[in-house]
Write a protein that binds this ligand. Sequence first.
Ligand code: KIV
Ligand code: ZN
Length: 521
Amino acid sequence: MSEQTQTQDEKNRVIIFDTTLRDGEQSPGCSMNLEEKLRIARMLDTMGVDVIEAGFPIASPGDFEAVSEIAKTVNNAIICGLSRAKAGDIETAAAALKEAKRKRIHTFISTSPLHMKYKLQMGPNSVIEAIHESVTLARNFTDDVEWSAEDGSRTEDDFLCQCVETAINAGATTINIPDTVGYAVPDEYYRQIKMLFDRVPNIDKAIISVHCHNDLGLAVANSIAGVQAGARQVECTINGIGERAGNAALEEIVMALRTRHDVMPYHNNIDTTMITKASKTLSTTVGFSVQPNKAIVGKNAFAHESGIHQDGMLKNAATYEIMTPESVGLNKSELVLGKHSGRHALKSKVEELGYELGDNSFQDLFKRFKELADKKKQIFDDDITALIEDEMATEHDRIQFVSLQVQAGSKGPQVAELEIEVDGEIKRTRVEGNGPVDAIFKAIREIEAHPDARLQLYQVHAVTGGTDAQAEVTVRLEENGRTVNGSGADADTLVASARAYIHALNKLMTKRGKGKPDVNP
Ligand code: KIV
Ligand code: ZN
């Protein structure tokens, strides 16, 4: 490779900054506990994410602990903590990041006229001063400081240039221009990023970053427009989770850049074959399944139903497939194990699917696998994945499902006999309901009272085809403005429903008392 090509290669390297654990986690129903955050962080690190925004340390003791544990654990990625332009925030972020091998402090302040007037109640000069002070303070703790102009896409050009120049002079090494409210359109956002390159005198001293929300469904298109205008960091989340309509989806950005490398010659460090697993792990962890037609990771993203398409595919897959399922780690679900498969076979399958389970979790998985094999003749990779994800998502929960007997049918009454373990103690009840699901949920409520919680969503999906397919159930609960999602998988839809409700309840209990002060960006 010639020196000139190498330079070009470096110039076209796009940094992938993942904010699943910060912007993603702060969105309704997506909260995660410490174990879950650590698992997601390790996964992001393994898949090659450059920067992991691990949280907002000042927001709550839970956020602080998560950032500091992730900082201790992760080996490769830069660990980033968010802070407002306040000394307390920055010092807290620095303390949480203390043990990171590579750390970044990310500080932000609003710059649009609307936000400055109503949210900050600050004039432009005070904002400039706050930028200078916050970045200068952050630089005392690390050389890697990112500064963001909140509501940047709705900020006036002259003032944005002044803010960016101030931040870079104070030592910011990355400048992020968020489309905070998902209002921009690609041409306009391209122009704005390009304008900064043309007008800010010290712009070459920082990496320009894009951070786009999806309110108009344009987050990925805007992010790519930003890269085409010269930005070399993209902020995104797995499955596009995030505030309101979400953030730009990591998998869409990465696969768009890879698939259309002919017109977008940019590269990054992501191992795309981990995308499917990352998406599944996140959706089970937060109990938030992706829509079937979601690009890259939806169930139908590589399905070809129409006869004409199937015919074309058989002749040449490229007729209707612009990227291979294998490139995102979606291998044809193999028929793998059956009733007679032993521990050894299951263990090899777990490893082959890319999971690591502790001894206790593996014992539980093996028990559930045997139960499933009794009910279901053919067990596929997807079945095993659903069981593993379910097991991993709930292994540290205080309330554990034990057993369920349900009396259902048209001749009522419908009755649930439920046995669960709460902090190691077995509790049982027998409850009648208006239908089996109602009876099960009432039984859980009777054992562990939570009168203020409301059921907001109950959703069932089949993991594979066939009437003996495992059910994957999602339950959403809301309590005093806090929303959580739980998921559960089982060959019996009612058992999966009980597991999903219990998972959501565990999350609600973790969230209680960990209320975030009003500091969310
Ligand atoms: O959307 C936004 O503006 C943000 C900033 C805090 C970076 O998330
Ligand atoms: Zn955001």
